[in-house]
Design a protein around this ligand. Structure first.
Ligand code: LCS
Length: 394
């Protein structure tokens, strides 16, 4: 599975993973099948023993899903990919592969809500402990490590605080302690950030976001840097049964082809929107990795190839003002999720992070005035006009 790619990112995004099709179709067909026929009993036995690479059953492997796994793994520079039914399924197979009764997770305190919430509500039932720290200072990660720590987990930039963590610094700490590091690369996609090159052992994605990019799929991916990690993770996915469906994989593979150009356009828009918001009298602060005011601006420039399309900003006022803004947006959709071609706006305090206690919200840096914007590929003048008219109502 290891490749030495000399193709550029966009060329790989279009072509990587494509398998030979006897009909010569330009686009790989969808193998919409749950099971595969063996030629005879011996062939069946060899497939199960692994001495023949033939397909067996779609939960275990399928050519359409395999094409997507191969493409994303190559874009991330990893050994192999494991596609999952959702981003949360990807998070869970990483947790299940490396955590067990008596083991301990150290993670960044600002994660996508459920990635953290399950560590507090579900995993303690199985004897798993966790510590959440502000990993934007890697020394906090070092200080939280215990003898039983068996996984480090980061999200950078983090959802929704846009805090940036130094992947290389945390990977060095992880490896000093012989602990694997997983990075949730959802906010960047491999187009903007390659955690494996920075030392991560595992990368995961909600492909619901940038990789598919069209807001019509829920999907996840785990990419392992080595064969050892790959086998461990695939074993969990196959046995938990959180595999992707072939049709979902085919649509996601199609979306992936335009990842680079979608991000370029949305990122160009996001930069202009961020500059506009920073000057707006009703906006208290703006967090965007492309603005010099971002606290980890230099680190972002170093480890990401562009600032991305996600902006968080604080409205003067708070909860009430945030809701007024939401209610007056016309072009931007008032919706959760991110990374699609359409601009989405949401208010974490009343939406994605509403289940967290006040203290947990505070610890994760989520204030009542925080508004999150996922900038799309529309004409930027229209996005700015929309924000402008809604801000006037606040
Ligand atoms: N990781 C990150 C960074 C995410 O933003 C999300 C979803 C997930 C994992 C989970 O992926 P899913 O199962 O939804 O594919 N983020 C969402 C958000 O910010 N709003 O709605 C979903």
């Amino acid at each position: 599975m290891q490749h030495n790619d000399d193709l550029g990112f966009d060329s790989l995004a279009v072509h990587a993973g494509k398998f030979h099709d006897e009909m010569g179709s330009a686009v790989s067909p969808i193998y919409q099948t749950s099971t595969f026929q063996f030629e005879n009993a011996d062939h069946g036995a060899k497939c199960f023993q692994g001495t023949d690479k033939g397909y067996i059953y779609t939960r275990i492997g399928n050519p359409t899903i395999g094409e997507l796994e191969d493409a994303v793994a190559r874009l991330e520079g990893g050994y192999g990919g494991i596609a999952t039914s959702s981003g949360m399924a990807a998070v869970n197979i990483v947790y299940l592969a490396y955590l067990a009764a008596g083991k301990h997770l150290v993670a960044h305190n600002s994660l996508y809500g459920p990635s953290r919430a399950i560590m507090e509500s579900l995993y303690p039932r199985f004897g798993v402990q966790s510590t959440f720290v502000d990993a934007t200072d890697p020394e906090n990660v070092r200080a939280a490590i215990r003898p039983e720590t068996s996984l480090l987990f980061l999200e950078t930039p983090a959802n929704p605080t846009i805090g940036i963590t130094d992947i290389r610094a945390v990977a060095d700490i992880a490896h000093e302690h012989n602990i694997p590091l997983c990075v949730d690369n959802t906010f960047c996609s491999p187009y903007l950030q390659k955690p494996i090159q920075l030392g991560a052992d595992i990368v995961m994605h909600s492909m619901t976001k940038f990789i598919n990019g069209h807001a019509d799929i829920v999907a996840g991916m785990v990419v392992a840097a080595s064969q050892e990690h790959y086998q461990k993770l695939r074993h969990v996915m196959v046995n938990i049964g959180c595999n992707m469906d072939p049709h979902q994989a085919w649509l996601t593979r199609r979306g992936l082809k335009t990842l680079g150009i979608r991000i370029e356009r949305a990122q160009e828009n996001a930069m202009k929107v961020a500059v506009y918001l920073e000057k707006h009298p009703k906006v208290e602060w703006v967090l965007y990795p492309g603005l010099a005011s971002h606290p980890q601006y230099d680190l972002g420039k170093k480890q990401m190839s562009g600032p991305g399309t996600m902006i968080s900003f604080g409205l003067k006022g708070g909860l009430k003002e945030g809701k007024v803004l939401m209610d007056h947006m016309k072009l931007a959709l008032l919706a959760v999720s991110l990374g699609g071609i359409e601009t989405l706006i949401q208010h974490p305090a009343s939406m994605t992070h509403s289940k967290l206690s006040k203290e947990a919200k505070q610890a994760a840096g989520i204030s009542d005035e925080l508004v999150r914007l996922s900038v799309g590929i529309e004409n930027v003048e229209d996005i700015i006009t929309d924000l402008g008219q809604a801000l006037e109502k606040v």
